[in-house]
Structures are given as structure tokens and as C-alpha cells.
Design a protein around this ligand. Structure first.
Ligand code: NAP
Length: 158
């Protein structure tokens, strides 16, 4: 896909893959809305890649809607939405808590769904738009008492 003159929103650009995706998109000529959990982090990411800041805590519906509202205000047309923000759940299966599970599901599954839903207007206005999810699927062998390395998990989004 040609990114010149397209608008993209990338979530989780405070560091890691999200920051690099935002940097790459900007280098390809895209207008990039750099999302981060906080306003401060989003401004820093936007300054680093030459984008525009958008922020919100994606573990809450309020944060998802805050992110969407800022994105809609900045860009009435959205050509690319990249769901990159995500969290893992380290620890053994014995230690895994219901709270951990709920948090992973909130950030990795609910947020992409409801952010996409809240951005359907700009995505449809762009006519030819793409929604991309950064996925991670992993599992660990459970043999005897050896469950070191974390619980089997699917961190795919949406
Ligand atoms: N690294 C790998 O080997 C690998 C492999 C396959 C897939 N992935 C997937 O690729 C994605 C990025 O990986 P990464 O290694 O770059 O991860 P990372 O360095 O841990 O960065 C995750 C990003 O998500 C943001 N984020 C987490 N929870 C958030 C929340 N509640 N609200 C808003 N933002 C939140 C983080 O913001 P904060 O800085 O505020 O925490 C950060 O910007 C993840 O979805 C991961 O599952 C990674």
C-alpha cells in the first residue's frame, strides 16, 4: 500500500514496535497519529517521528473513547489503523490471576474492537482503509512441574 498522503493511527507508539511502525510510516510520507497511554508520551512519540499525538489508556473504555475522539478531531479520514499496543502476562500458570487475564483481554482484545468501532466513520470516509492487528501467539509446554516461561497465551488483537 502506498502511504504517501494517507493518514494512519498507530497505537502504543511510546516505545518498541509501535514507535518503529510510526517512524516507518512517516518516512513513507504518511500523516501519522501517534497514540500513547498518556498525553506526555504521545507528544514525545509524535515529536520523535514527525507525527501528531493522540492518547488514552486502552485498558479502559473511557481511554478507548478518548483516543477515538482525539483521532476523529484530528483526522476525519483514516486510511490505516494499526492496533499495536498490547501487553503480555508473564509468570507461571500457577500464578496467573483472574485480574491479569482480564487486563490482557481489555488491552489486547476489547480495545482493538471498540477502537475500530469508534473509528468506523473516519475509516469509511477514507473509502479504501485498512485495519492491521499486531499479533502474538505463544505457548509453553507443560511437562511435570516445569511451566517456566509463562502461561500459554494468545495475545492477538481483535
Ligand atoms: N516484541 C516481540 O517479540 C513481539 C512479538 C510478537 C508480537 N508482539 C506484539 O507487538 C506489539 C508490540 O510489541 P513490543 O515488543 O513493541 O511491546 P512493548 O515494547 O511492550 O510496547 C507495548 C506498547 O503498548 C502500549 N500499551 C500497553 N498497555 C497500554 C494501555 N493500557 N494503554 C495504552 N497503551 C498501552 C505501551 O505503552 P506504555 O509505554 O505506556 O506501557 C507500549 O507503547 C504487542 O502487541 C506485542 O504483543 C511483540
Amino acid at each position: 500500500m502506498r502511504l504517501a498522503d494517507r493518514t494512519a493511527l498507530v497505537t502504543g507508539t511510546s516505545r518498541g514496535l509501535g514507535l518503529e511502525i510510526a517512524r516507518l510510516f512517516a518516512a513513507e510520507g504518511a500523516r501519522v497519529l501517534c497514540h500513547a497511554r498518556t498525553r506526555e508520551a504521545a507528544v514525545a512519540a509524535a515529536e520523535a517521528v514527525g507525527g501528531e499525538p493522540v492518547w488514552g489508556d486502552l485498558s479502559t473504555q473511557e481511554g478507548v473513547l478518548e483516543t477515538a475522539a482525539l483521532a476523529v478531531a484530528a483526522a476525519p479520514e483514516l486510511h490505516v489503523l494499526v492496533h499495536n499496543a498490547g501487553i503480555g502476562s508473564p509468570g507461571s500458570i500457577e500464578e496467573h490471576s483472574r485480574e491479569q487475564f482480564d487486563r490482557v483481554m481489555a488491552v489486547n482484545a476489547a480495545a482493538p474492537l471498540f477502537l475500530t468501532q469508534a473509528l468506523l466513520g473516519p475509516l469509511r470516509a477514507a473509502w479504501n482503509s485498512y485495519v492491521v492487528s499486531v499479533m502474538e501467539i505463544s505457548s509453553d509446554e507443560v511437562s511435570g512441574s516445569d511451566t517456566e516461561g509463562g502461561t500459554g497465551s494468545c495475545r492477538g488483537k481483535g
